[in-house]
Design a protein around this ligand. Structure first.
Ligand SMILES: *Cc1c(COP(=O)(O)O)cnc(C)c1O
Length: 382
C-alpha cells in the first residue's frame, strides 16, 4: 500500500532521543525544548515561540491569551479541522462560522467585512453580534492545507474592528505570502501543529508564535499551570500544555530538514498538477493563488461536481490498486456539536468538501510511486 502521508524520521531524531535518555531530561524541562522553540520562531519569521503538547492546546491557550472568554464568539471558516472549533469551545466561547473563498479555500475577507458591518454593533467598547447578544472576541483564519489565508485583508479588518487575530497555521510551517514567512503575516499569534500527519512532526505537539514578547509570556504562563515562580503558587487557572524534551528532540531533528520537506511536498504537488492537466476541470489541483507559496501539506484534487466518478468511487478504486486516498474535512457547521453555532451561507464549503480527494504525498514518496498513483487516477477517470 502506498500510504497517504507518513513521517520521515531518518535524520537526527534517534540520536537526539538517545541524548534525552542518556541525560535523563525527558519531561518539559530540557535543552531541546528551548532549542525547538527558537527553531520554530525562526522558521516562522518571528522572535518568540512557545512549544505546546498539541496544536489544539496551542490554539486554546492562544485564544485565552488574547482574551477570549465564556459566551464570546470567535469568527473562523467553517471549512477547517474540528480542533479549530473545539479550541474555541474549550474557552467556553462559540464559533461563528464563515464561508471560504473559492479561489483559496480560506476565510473569505469580503464575507468577514460584511458580517462585521451588517451583523455587529459597538456597545461601550465591545463588539456585539446583534442576533445573539454575544461579544465578538477574535478572528481565527485557518491556513487550509498549508496555504496562508489573505492575511493582508483579514488583519486590516480585524484592526479596524479592534479584534485580535489568532491564525490556525497547523500545517503551514514553511509557507509564505509575498515572500513573508507565515508567522509574520500580521496575526497576533500563529499556531502550528506537529501531529504525526503534519509535514514536521514531534509525534504530537504544537507551538504558538508571535512578535509581542509579553503576549507570548502570557501563553507560556497559561501553558505551565500559571505558576509565576518556583513556589507552588498559581495566579489563575492554567493548563499543563507543555511539550516534553522527548518530543522537542524529534522536532529539532525534523526542523533541520524543514526546507527539504517543504520542497519535496511542493515538488509532489507540481508533478500531480502537471499530470492531471489533461483532465482539465475534472480533477483540479488544490488552489495556490499568485503571490502565495503554500507548504502543500496535502496534495490531491477536486473532482468536478456531478462527475460520473465521485469521491467514494475514486477512493475505492485507488484503494483496490494499493493506493491510500482520503476525503477531507467536513465543514464545522455540519458537525453535531456545532449545529447551533451562528453561520453564514456556506456556498463554497458545501460545494467542495465532498469532492476533495487527497493523494499520497509523503516527503519520502518516490517518483516511481507517484507515477503509479498518477496512472491509477488517469485510468479511473478515463
Ligand atoms: C492538525 C490540525 C489541528 C490540530 O492539531 P493537533 O496537533 O492535532 O492538536 C488544528 N487545526 C488544523 C487546521 C489542523 O490541520
Amino acid at each position: 500500500m502506498i500510504p497517504l502521508a507518513i513521517p520521515d524520521l531518518s535524520g537526527n531524531e534517534g540520536r537526539y532521543l538517545q541524548e534525552c535518555i542518556a541525560t535523563g531530561f525527558v519531561s518539559s524541562v530540557g535543552p531541546f525544548v528551548s532549542r525547538f522553540e527558537q527553531a520554530v520562531a525562526e522558521a516562522a519569521g518571528v522572535d518568540h515561540a512557545v512549544a505546546t503538547c498539541s496544536g489544539t492546546a496551542g490554539l486554546h491557550v492562544a485564544l485565552t491569551a488574547v482574551g477570549v472568554e465564556r459566551d464570546d464568539l470567535v469568527l473562523l471558516p467553517s471549512l477547517t479541522f474540528i480542533a479549530s472549533a473545539n479550541a474555541i469551545a474549550y474557552c467556553g466561547a462559540m464559533p461563528w462560522l464563515l464561508d471560504v473563498e473559492a479561489s483559496s479555500w480560506n476565510l473569505d475577507p469580503l464575507l468577514l467585512e460584511r458580517v462585521l458591518r451588517q451583523e455587529c454593533q459597538q456597545v461601550e467598547q465591545r463588539l456585539i453580534h446583534r442576533a445573539s447578544g454575544r461579544r465578538v472576541a477574535a478572528v481565527m483564519p485557518v491556513h487550509t492545507l498549508g496555504l496562508p489565508a489573505d492575511m493582508m485583508r483579514i488583519t486590516a479588518l480585524a484592526k479596524a474592528w479592534q479584534l485580535p487575530v489568532v491564525a490556525d497555521a497547523a500545517a503551514a510551517l514553511g509557507s509564505r505570502c509575498q515572500g513573508v514567512a507565515v508567522g509574520a503575516l500580521g496575526a497576533d499569534l500563529t499556531v502550528f501543529s506537529f501531529n504525526g500527519n503534519k509535514t514536521v512532526t514531534t509525534g504530537g505537539g504544537g507551538a504558538v508564535v508571535g512578535r509581542d514578547p509579553s503576549l507570548l509570556q502570557r501563553v507560556r504562563h497559561l501553558s505551565t499551570t500559571a505558576r509565576p515562580g518556583e513556589a507552588y503558587e498559581h495566579d489563575r487557572i492554567g493548563f499543563n500544555y507543555r511539550m516534553t524534551n522527548l518530543q522537542a528532540a524529534v522536532g529539532c531533528a525534523q526542523l533541520e530538514r524543514l526546507s527539504g520537506f517543504v520542497a519535496a511536498k511542493r515538488r509532489i504537488r507540481d508533478r500531480y498538477a502537471a499530470a492531471f492537466r489533461s483532465l482539465a476541470n475534472r480533477f483540479r489541483p488544490f488552489p495556490e493563488p499568485a503571490g502565495y507559496q503554500s507548504a502543500c501539506w496535502f496534495s490531491g484534487g477536486l473532482l468536478a461536481a456531478g462527475d460520473r466518478v465521485n469521491r467514494e468511487a475514486m477512493q475505492a478504486g485507488l484503494r483496490a490498486g494499493g493506493i491510500a486516498a482520503r476525503s477531507f474535512w467536513q465543514p464545522i457547521h455540519l458537525q453535531e456539536p456545532y449545529r447551533q453555532a451562528p453561520c453564514t451561507e456556506q456556498t463554497v464549503s458545501e460545494a467542495i468538501w465532498g469532492r476533495i480527494v487527497t493523494l499520497p504525498c509523503s516527503t519520502t514518496l518516490t517518483e516511481q510511486e507517484q507515477e503509479q498513483v498518477i496512472a491509477a487516477v488517469l485510468q479511473l477517470l478515463a
